[in-house]
Design a protein. Structure first.
Length: 111
């Protein structure tokens, strides 16, 4: 999306969600880690920026974990060594540098 100054702003949607989908296993922290690990292998190694959204109130009693941060920690602990967890600001910066490095460098120099 382009802002009023003509600079592009990334719009991102999550690839995965840690979210209790009751019985489907789709939002399970362990399955999410496995899927992220699979994407980080092979020809795509080091080339993926993956956002995972977390539902803070979902519980995973089958995994003996509480809500929110416990589920995130469980997922992160199961990620392979080549997977790097970053905050949202860095994720957006990486996406910008990948898609529009010239504009991103201008923005960084203005700060």
């Amino acid at each position: 999306v382009e802002n009023r100054k003509g600079m592009e702003i990334p719009v991102v949607t999550p690839k995965f969600a840690i979210w209790d989908t009751t019985g489907t296993g789709r939002g399970d922290p362990l399955l999410t880690a496995e899927r992220i690990n699979n994407l980080a292998k092979g020809e795509n190694a080091g080339k993926k920026n993956i956002w995972t959204v977390i539902h803070a109130w979902s519980e995973f009693p089958q995994l003996e974990t509480n809500r929110g941060l416990d589920a995130v920690k469980l997922c992160v602990d199961k990620l392979d060594d080549q997977v790097r967890v970053v905050n949202p600001e860095e994720l957006l910066w990486r996406i910008r540098m990948e898609k529009r490095p010239e504009q991103t460098k201008i923005l960084v120099n203005q700060q």
